[in-house]
Ligand binder design. Structure first.
Ligand code: N01
Length: 554
C-alpha cells in the first residue's frame, strides 16, 4: 500500500491515514476514488468478505433495484456510464454487484479496501485532533478525518421472537442471505414481513415452495415494476445525453430524471381524467412516475386518497379472494408515505393455491416453535423454513453499532438518545472531523442513492480540500446550526403526509427507538442548493481550527 503507513504496535497493527472510511459499499468506494484523487491517504474498512454493501448482503430471491438502471449508477465517469451495459430496465442484485466490482477494478479501488474488518469503536482525541478507530481484530487506525459510509439499511433486524433458537428448520433474513442461495423446493415456507424485500421475494418463493404462508402486519402499497429487457433505442438516446440527463435529475426532488414534473394538484382535474392518468402511470411502471402524477400527492390527504384508492381498487381487481384482497389493500397510511414497493406479480401471487396470507396485525406472532410459527390466538403454522423480511435498524443502526465518542466526553449514542441530530445530515456537533454519507437529516434514502452518495462525497472532498488549502485541520458544525437544521427537517416533514405512516423513516419498526422523522424530505434539488450555498458562504454553520498548531503551542 503506497499511501498509508502501517506501523507495528501492541497486539494489532496501527495505520495512519488522512481519512479513514467506514464501509465498502457504493459510498465507501466512491469516497476512496474521490479523496484519493485529491491526494489524501485513505482506506475503507468493510465488515463483509466482499465489496458492495447493500448489494453484497441482500441476495434474496428477486432482489432488484427499483430505480431504473440507467439512473441507478455512478455519474462521475462519462466513460464508465457510456460503456457499461445494463441488460434490463431495473438492475438485479447480481448485475449491480457485478457493476460495483467492475468499478472497483477499473478505478483500482481494491488496494484501499480492507475486507472482513468491522470497526468496533471510533474515538476522537481532542488534543491530537485525530480519530482512532479500532477493529474487532484489535487493529487501530489513526486518521485526521473519518467518513462514515456505513449505510442506512445495513443493520438487519430479526424481531425478538420467543423460541427462535429452537426452530428445527432453517431461517434466513433478507439482508443476510446465504451466498450459495436457498432451494425452497418441496418446502413449507413462511415469510414474515411485506416491505420491499418481502414483496420482491414472495412471488419467486411461491413458485418454488410446496406451500408459502405470508405473515403480514402492515399491508404496503406496491406498484408494477413493468421490468423488461433494456430497450436498445432508449439506451442509445439516454447515453447520447447522459450528462445533461444527470444534471436534470439533480434538479428534481428524488434525483431521478425522465419524468415530466407534475403541473396540477390532483383535485383540479375531473375524476375520469385523474383515473386515466393513474392508469397510464400504473401501466408505465415505477414509483416515482406514479407519485409525479400530481403536485400534491404527498402533501394533501384528499388528493392522496384518490391515488391510494386507485391502487386499492387495482388490488381488489387482481386478487380473487376478496377477504385476502381487503387484507392486502393498505388503509392505515397514505400511498407513498411508507417506501412504495415495486413488484412483479406480487398481488397475482395470492391467487395461487399454494399461498396463504395471514394477518398478524390482528393476531400477532407469539413465538417461533420448533416446527413453525404460533400466533397469540394459539393458531399454529407448520413450516420447514422461515424467512424474515423484517427490515433494518434504519439510518442510525450502523453508527449505533460503533462506539463513537470523543476524549472530551461526548458520546454519539447519548447525543442521539432522543433521535439523530446532524447539520445537513453531514456532520454532528461535538464530533469534529467525522462526516456521514447520506445520514439522517439528509435526503439520501428518499432519492436515487448513488446521486446522493456522489453529492455528499463531492461536498466532503471540497471541504477537505478547502481545509488543506487554508492550513486547517479541524471542522465541526456549531450546535446552533445543527439545532436549526434538525428543526427545519422536522418542519418540512410536518408539512407533508409522511409522518402519518409508521415507517422506518420514523424508526417505528424498532421497539423503543425514538420516533423522529429522520430523512430530509424537502427534495434533493433544494437540499443540494443549500449545501452548495453553505460552502459558498465559507461553510456557514461550521467552525474550523488549526488543531496541530494549537496543540504544539500548548
Ligand atoms: O424492510 P421494511 P424491507 N411481526 O422495514 C414487518 C430498501 N429496499 O427489507 O410495516 C410481523 O420495509 C414490517 O411490518 P410493519 C427500501 O428502502 C429497497 O422490506 O412494521 N411483521 C414490514 O412489513 C425499503 O423500504 C429495495 O408493520 C414484522 C416488514 O417486516 C428498505 O430497504 C428492495 C415484524 C419490514 O419491511 C427496507 O425494506 C428491498 C414483526 N415483529 C429493500 N417486524 C428495492 O430497491 C417487522 N415486520 C427494490
Amino acid at each position: 500500500m503506497p499511501d498509508a503507513s502501517t506501523l507495528p504496535g501492541g497486539g494489532g497493527s496501527s495505520t495512519r491515514l488522512d481519512v479513514a472510511i467506514v464501509g465498502g459499499g457504493l459510498a465507501g468506494l466512491y469516497a476512496i476514488h474521490r479523496l484519493r484523487g485529491l491526494g489524501f491517504t485513505v482506506r475503507a474498512y468493510e465488515q463483509g468478505s466482499g465489496i458492495g454493501g447493500t448489494w453484497f448482503w441482500n441476495r434474496y430471491p428477486g432482489a432488484r433495484c427499483d430505480v431504473e438502471s440507467l439512473e441507478y449508477s455512478y455519474s462521475f465517469s462519462e466513460e464508465l456510464q457510456q460503456e457499461w451495459k445494463w441488460p434490463e430496465r431495473y438492475g438485479t442484485q447480481p448485475e449491480i454487484l457485478r457493476y460495483i466490482n467492475h468499478v472497483a477494478d477499473r478505478f483500482d479501488l481494491r488496494r484501499d479496501v480492507q475486507l472482513n474488518t468491522r470497526i468496533k469503536s471510533a474515538v476522537f482525541d481532542s488534543r491530537a485532533g485525530e480519530w482512532t478507530l479500532t477493529t474487532a481484530q484489535g487493529e487501530t487506525i489513526r486518521a485526521r478525518h473519518c467518513v462514515m459510509a456505513a449505510g442506512n439499511l445495513s443493520t438487519p433486524r430479526v424481531p425478538d421472537f420467543k423460541g427462535i433458537g429452537d426452530f428445527k428448520g432453517k431461517w434466513y433474513h433478507s439482508g443476510l442471505w446465504p451466498h450459495e442461495g436457498v432451494d425452497f423446493s418441496g418446502k413449507r415456507v413462511g415469510v414474515i414481513g411485506t416491505g420491499s424485500s418481502g414483496v420482491q421475494m414472495i412471488p419467486i418463493i411461491a413458485r418454488q415452495a410446496k406451500h408459502l404462508t405470508v405473515f403480514q402486519r402492515t399491508a404496503n402499497f406496491s406498484l408494477p415494476a413493468n421490468n423488461m429487457p433494456m430497450d436498445a433505442q432508449k439506451e442509445i438516446r439516454h447515453k447520447a445525453e447522459y450528462a445533461a440527463r444527470r444534471r436534470a435529475a439533480y434538479d428534481t426532488p428524488f434525483a431521478i430524471g425522465g419524468h415530466p414534473k407534475p403541473t396540477k394538484p390532483a383535485l383540479d382535474v375531473a375524476d375520469a381524467e385523474r383515473r386515466a392518468a393513474y392508469e397510464a402511470k400504473w401501466q408505465e411502471g415505477g414509483s416515482i412516475s406514479f407519485l409525479y402524477a400530481y403536485t400534491d400527492l404527498l402533501v394533501n390527504k384528499q388528493s392522496n386518497d384518490t391515488a391510494s384508492e386507485f391502487v386499492r381498487e387495482k388490488i381488489r381487481g387482481i386478487v380473487k379472494d376478496q377477504r385476502t384482497a381487503e387484507l392486502l389493500a393498505p388503509k392505515d397510511h397514505p400511498i407513498g408515505t411508507k417506501r412504495l414497493c415495486l413488484d412483479t406479480n406480487y398481488y397475482e401471487t395470492y391467487n395461487r393455491d399454494n399461498v396463504a396470507l395471514v394477518d398478524v396485525r390482528s393476531d400477532p406472532v407469539a413465538e417461533i416453535t420448533p416446527t413453525g410459527v404460533r400466533l397469540k390466538s394459539g393458531v399454529a403454522y407448520e413450516l420447514d423454513a422461515i424467512v424474515f423480511a423484517t427490515g433494518f435498524d434504519a439510518m442510525t443502526g450502523a453508527l449505533r453499532e460503533i462506539d463513537i465518542r470523543t476524549t472530551d466526553g461526548a458520546v454519539l449514542a447519548d447525543h442521539w438518545e432522543g433521535g439523530p441530530l446532524t447539520y445537513l445530515g453531514l456532520m454532528v456537533s461535538g464530533f469534529p472531523n467525522m462526516f456521514v454519507i447520506t445520514g439522517p437529516g439528509s435526503p439520501g434514502v428518499k432519492t436515487q442513492m448513488i446521486a446522493s452518495i456522489e453529492q455528499h462525497t463531492d461536498w466532503i472532498a471540497e471541504c477537505l480540500k478547502h481545509m488543506r488549502d487554508k492550513g486547517l485541520d479541524r471542522v465541526e458544525p456549531t450546535a446552533e446550526a445543527e439545532l436549526a437544521w434538525v428543526q427545519h427537517v422536522n418542519a418540512v416533514a410536518d408539512s407533508t403526509l409522511y409522518p402519518l405512516a409508521n415507517s422506518w423513516y420514523v424508526g417505528a419498526n424498532i421497539p423503543g427507538k425514538p420516533r423522529v422523522f429522520m430523512p430530509y424530505v424537502g427534495g434533493f434539488d433544494r437540499y443540494k442548493k443549500r449545501c452548495d450555498e453553505v460552502a459558498a458562504k465559507g461553510y456557514e454553520g461550521f467552525t474550523f481550527g488549526r488543531q496541530v498548531a494549537s496543540a504544539a503551542a500548548e
